[in-house]
Design a protein around this ligand. Structure first.
Ligand SMILES: [Fe+2]
Length: 268
């Protein structure tokens, strides 16, 4: 299916679901979340985070409960991909950081709702040490960001009550799955799953779980807390877009995203 043949209204996900017959399959591996050891230049990557924000900027996430382009001062960063046909005239590195809940005219194809439309890597993926990570991915990535939580700068003003809003779900995992690669963090940050499970980051690991189920990030504020930065990678377990043509890959309807990560098939 050629990308240019898709209609201009519905999201790519919606249209490709009609073209390819997606089946629901269960993972072989029976874990709530996975942590996988990665051999990456983590020290260099951590040092390159502030350099990247200096070079490419920093864009706060636009929350859906807003009707205007109000960017969070707390959670934001840089998009890993952009949509060359985006409906909004905003910088490329901001495409991956949300849009307000506006009228239906700005939903659908080529908006933030169109996760597969965010299909062209931004320059931050080629920047300094980051390139070594993105070069090793065996499946295509769409969506995602370098995501910073500015707990040091704003944490004192964030109450437990307004943290309730950060519970969210991401895309269905057969379309876009996620891998979280912590770069700058400490033991005062964690991810909470609906079951109550808390994921604390350990040096040298990346994390994956079903991000279509409710989850949130959280932290315990103290005066020495650091701002946290992770790569939030949105990758397609079953689809690829090559030379403008959408197709399914060898794992389509056969291998669950959880098993792809578990069996080391995402990263070389
Ligand atoms: Fe998420």
């Amino acid at each position: 299916m050629l990308d240019e043949q898709l209609n201009s209204l519905e999201s790519r996900e919606k249209q490709l679901r009609k073209v390819f017959d997606f089946k629901k399959i269960e993972p072989d591996c029976n874990k709530e979340f996975l942590k996988i050891k990665l051999d990456l230049p983590f020290n260099d990557m951590a040092k390159d985070v502030p350099l990247a924000f200096e070079k490419f900027g920093w864009y706060g996430m636009v929350h859906r409960r807003h009707t205007e382009w109000i960017r969070s001062p707390v959670y934001g960063g840089l998009g890993l991909t952009y949509n060359p046909d985006y409906k909004f005239n905003i910088p490329k590195h901001a495409h991956g950081l949300g849009q307000p809940r506006t009228d239906v005219n700005v939903r659908g194809k080529d908006t933030y709702d169109d996760c597969l439309g965010l299909r062209t890597p931004t320059d931050v993926t080629k920047f300094r040490s980051f390139k070594s990570f993105f070069d090793r991915l065996k499946l295509q990535y769409f969506q995602g960001r370098f995501a910073e939580v500015k707990a040091a700068d704003h944490g004192a003003n964030i109450t437990e009550e307004n943290k309730e809003f950060i519970w969210h779900t991401d895309e269905p995992n057969e379309i876009i799955s996620r891998l979280l690669v912590p770069l700058i963090y400490d033991e005062d940050y964690w991810i909470e799953l609906e079951s109550g499970t808390k994921i604390y980051f350990e040096p040298g690991y990346a994390y994956h779980w079903d991000t279509f189920k409710p989850h949130r990030w959280n932290f315990k504020y103290h005066s020495n807390i650091k701002n946290r930065t992770c790569i939030v990678l949105g990758w397609a377990p079953w689809l690829e877009l090559k030379e403008g043509k959408w197709s399914t890959n060898q794992y389509f309807n056969k291998k669950h995203s959880m098993d792809i990560v578990n069996e080391g098939l995402l990263i070389q």
